[in-house]
Design a protein around this ligand. Structure first.
Ligand code: FAD
Ligand code: NAI
Length: 476
């Protein structure tokens, strides 16, 4: 093995959290290295982590392709557009997705080069004394010493013991790469991946059945939002069965047999061509730490950190999916930047209370801050104002008059405590709530800000006005 190479910062993992940390550290003049084990579909190293390779970006590419296809059959007629039967070529759709992935993973490599980040392709293991031993893809080993080491190892899909991944039982990786539309798609878990990827294949023509273990649909979302979403998904033909306990699966000649008890306790069997298992993800920390590093993992395998993402071991930090908090790319972005800034002596900070959530289904679902259910449970007195997209001219003009915006504000101070949205383009609109909350804004502040007409953002404006019972476009 060659001599130990020294850096100010060594980052393990080049996903959203790691590549943000590495680039920001390099911008701040720190000598930086980043190690990543990820491979692209072509078997070559591909930076960008789960998000760029098999997560956020490819899933949104397929959601957009499938949405265009669905709209042809379901929305275009309202605009007076007609054509012969729409058709989709799955191979072209997947190739387009692969092209987008390549563009963005290549983009991270270019940014690393431009920022003079030493990049190592292989698996890194933290040793005592801030040494990272890297087993490179070509079989060689190198050792890197970082005055600071940032662990950004990300997460992997959870596999169920009775549903091992293979050709027919798949996780997100498989579901993003199907070569043909499965006639019957089963999904275990009606969470974010189940709903997004279930929607993709439903829109293209699969019969999709989703088996969810919990009795409530989308328990983390606002109850009214979840209700509208459930109603719309049902209309689209997504068959979501709640309160199901899956006990076994068997791959047979005629498909995957899924055995479960339904919410009434009756034994059921579902037969599908492909089964997507999307029951959550776990921190990818297996084998990451050699003995004696002092870095602790909790019972969920996450690296233990304080509010500044510090592990308690001198110079060792951890960010992104492998630590507590929501498993979202943008949460990792912020943590990566904050840690690089803290290392450089700047005041880095992440506010986990204002991390937005977006589910890119149709309608889209988004929220920031607390739900009504959480406020009630915490005994916080609040006011609520909501406004439906059915009364927003732009939404009606777009033929998408579904859903609403709800603003929750403190009963006494009027400070915004949460914003919950379901409807068209709410993935963008939610940021009005994020911005307002970051500036400790009130519902009245938002109500007094001029919003363009006609735009979807008018729903946010009227919802904020409705908090003070002065919405113009509905009875208060
Ligand atoms: P990762 O992206 O998992 O990156 C970790 C990287 O580190 C990987 O490249 C891995 O190979 C590498 N690595 C791990 N261990 C080592 C090691 N020991 N040595 C070297 N390299 C190592 N989030 C959103 O915000 N919006 C979305 O729309 C969204 N969509 C998603 C869709 C799907 C299908 C999935 C699965 C996830 C989605 N997510 C989304 C979640 C998002 O992808 C993750 O939150 C995000 O990628 C986490 O970033 P990270 O940097 O912490 O980890
Ligand atoms: P998830 O946590 O969102 O949903 C998992 C679902 O599976 C839950 O509803 C849970 O109750 C259910 N479940 C768990 N075990 C089960 C079992 N044995 N039988 C039946 N149901 C069971 O996890 P998911 O969908 O795998 O996604 C992982 C994470 O990836 C998300 O939590 C999110 O952080 C991230 N992600 C984010 C996206 C976005 O921001 N738009 C898109 C996709 C993923």
């Amino acid at each position: 093995m060659s001599e130990v190479q020294n850096f100010d910062v060594v980052v393990i993992g080049a996903g959203p959290a790691g590549y943000h940390a590495a680039i920001r550290a390099a911008q701040l003049g720190l000598k930086t290295a980043c190690i990543d084990a990820g491979l692209g579909k072509d078997g070559k190293p591909a930076l960008g982590g789960t998000c760029l390779r098999v997560g956020c970006v490819p899933s949104k590419a397929l959601l957009d392709s499938s949405r265009q296809f669905w709209n042809m059959g379901h929305i275009f007629d309202q605009h007076g557009i007609s054509f012969s039967k729409p058709a989709i070529d799955v191979k072209t759709m997947v190739a387009r997705k692969d092209g987008i992935v390549k563009q963005f993973t290549g983009g991270v490599a270019m940014l690393f080069k431009a920022n003079k980040i030493a990049t190592f392709y292989g698996y890194g293991q933290l040793q005592p004394g801030n040494i990272v031993k890297v087993k490179q893809h070509d079989g060689s080993e190198v050792e890197l010493h970082g005055t600071n080491v940032i662990i950004a190892a990300g997460s992997d899909s959870i596999e169920l013991p009775f549903a091992k991944f293979g050709e027919h039982i798949i996780d997100n990786v498989g579901a993003l790469d199907l070569e043909a539309i499965p006639k019957r798609l089963g999904v275990i878990g009606a969470g974010v991946i189940g709903l997004e990827l279930g929607s993709v294949w439903k829109r293209l023509g699969s019969d999709v059945t989703i088996l969810e273990g919990m009795p409530d649909f989308l328990a983390a979302a606002d109850k009214e939002v979840a209700k509208v979403a459930a109603r719309e998904f049902k209309k689209q033909g997504l068959d979501i069965k709640l309160g199901c306990k899956v006990s076994n699966t068997e791959v047979k000649k005629d498909g995957v047999h899924v055995f479960y008890t339904d919410e009434k306790g009756a034994e059921q069997e579902l037969v599908v061509d492909k089964l997507l298992v999307s029951v959550g993800r776990r921190a990818a920390t297996k084998g990451l730490l050699a003995d004696g590093t002092g870095v602790k993992l909790n019972e969920r395998g996450q690296v233990e950190v304080d509010e500044h993402c510090h592990t308690g071991v001198d110079g060792v930090w951890a960010v992104g999916d492998c630590v507590r908090g929501p498993m979202l790319a943008h949460k990792g972005f912020e943590e990566g930047i904050a840690v690089a800034e803290l290392i450089a002596g700047l005041p880095g900070h992440v506010n986990l209370d204002t991390v937005p959530w977006v589910i890119y289904t149709e309608p889209e679902i988004a929220w920031v801050g607390k739900t009504e259910e959480q406020l009630k449970a915490e005994g916080i007195a609040y006011k609520s104002g909501s406004f439906p997209f059915a009364a927003v001219a732009r939404a009606v003009a777009m033929a998408e008059p579904i859903g609403f915006v709800k603003v929750l504000a403190d009963a006494e101070t009027d400070r915004i405590l949460g914003m919950h949205l379901v409807g068209p383009n709410v993935s963008e609109l939610v940021h009005e709530g994020v911005l307002a909350m970051e500036f400790s804004g009130s519902a009245d502040d938002l109500a007094r800000i001029c919003h363009a007409h006609p735009s979807l953002s008018e729903a946010v404006h009227d919802a904020a006005m409705a908090v003070g019972k002065r919405s113009i476009h509905k009875a208060n």
